[in-house]
Design a protein around this ligand. Sequence first.
Ligand SMILES: C[S@@+](CC[C@H](N)C(=O)[O-])C[C@H]1O[C@@H](n2cnc3c(N)ncnc32)[C@H](O)[C@@H]1O
Ligand code: SF4
Ligand code: SF4
Length: 405
Amino acid sequence: MKVEKKIRLYTDEEMDFARKEDEAFSNGFYEEKKYIMKIHPLRGLFLEVTSRCNAHCEHCGSSCGDFIPKDEISGDEIKKVLREIYDKNYNTSRIMLHVTGGEPLLRKDLFDLMKYAKALGFHWGITSNGMLIDEAMVSKMAEAKITSVSISIDGPKEIHESFRQVPGSWEKILKGIKLMQKIPSLQNLQVTTCVNKKNIDHLDEVYKVLRELGVTHWRIMEVDPIGRAKDNHDILLDPDQYVEMFNYIAKMQRENPDMDIVYGCGHFLGMDIEPVVRQRPFNCYTGVCIGCILSNGDIYVCPDVERRPEFVQGNIRKDSFTEVWETKFKPFRTMERTANEKCKKCKDWKLCMGDAFHTWDFDLNKPRFCHLENIQRYQKRVKKEDTKKAETKKTPAKKTTKKKK
Ligand SMILES: C[S@@+](CC[C@H](N)C(=O)[O-])C[C@H]1O[C@@H](n2cnc3c(N)ncnc32)[C@H](O)[C@@H]1O
Ligand code: SF4
Ligand code: SF4
């Protein structure tokens, strides 16, 4: 991938304005966040409908694969929770159900469940590896009036298939995307690319495929060191590569105003970059507005938060979900939840608040990531290199005159 030396592809005035706007928004949010923590309105509910999967990706944060778990929640158990949330007068029209897995399309009753959810007023969307989408699946999606799908594509054919460890899956995915484009209710068909060492130099190839397919929503994010990726240094990006990825997103956004190319979820990047790579600066709301039901019924925070028994807040088989939502999740609903010496001293603490919980080091009580640090280090180095280059240009090397023999 061609590396841009500067992240700022916007004019200084544009950047200044965007930064101020974001800062005002985020500063306000710090105060608002205290209030939001107090009222903790449920806005996003991850439904991990299964941990079964027909792929075996090198990076899988949920360590899923081809095994049959004994304790997978039933359709009736899921319906009971949705009904309870509705009956307790939560505003279901403001709650997004993020259906995830494993591979959610492996569940035979999925669309029945989603029809039920829709009838109760929930919005819902699926993240899928796209391998099971054929004509029959698309009919079911259309019947269930699906509105939002995100399909994972992690590189051009060879890279995607080796990374996901499923030869022959690429063509199925592309065919599936073309079929889904005909679903009348589908408003948001997005492709998600998880950037890692093996595909970072091939993002342009993915872009070309998306252009050919007519996909206009592209979410780019990095592989986080969670699940199977935790210690896999063959795939985790180096500090500079993260910055190259942000440069790439910024450049692609600038060059493709007709596409929605964003940095997805993830991490706080500092106010030089936040306004360039997405609409709103990042803040982690797990356990505050975001909850999750894991495939064994455990009531959890976000599925990407390290699975630790002490974070399980209850189980839908024995506990009332809404009671748990109202009374538990205490460690996640305090402004001090990510306070640590380093972050508290940071000038961006009020904006970032210790970054994301899904990459929090719970043993050392500090974030595993500080992208801002990486970015600043990178920018400093580039500036130094530029100054050095400019100086060498100004003072051309002295000519050496040949001595006469
Ligand atoms: C856990 S998967 C479940 C849905 C589906 N099986 C799929 O792969 O799209 C949801 C999303 O998480 C992403 N993901 C998996 N492991 C990750 C990791 N270690 N870091 C960041 N994203 C990850 C996947 O690439 C996918 O886009
Ligand atoms: S990332 Fe998705 S497709 Fe890959 S193993 Fe995990 S759940 Fe399956
Ligand atoms: S030091 Fe902490 S609070 Fe500051 S930007 Fe880094 S992760 Fe965020």
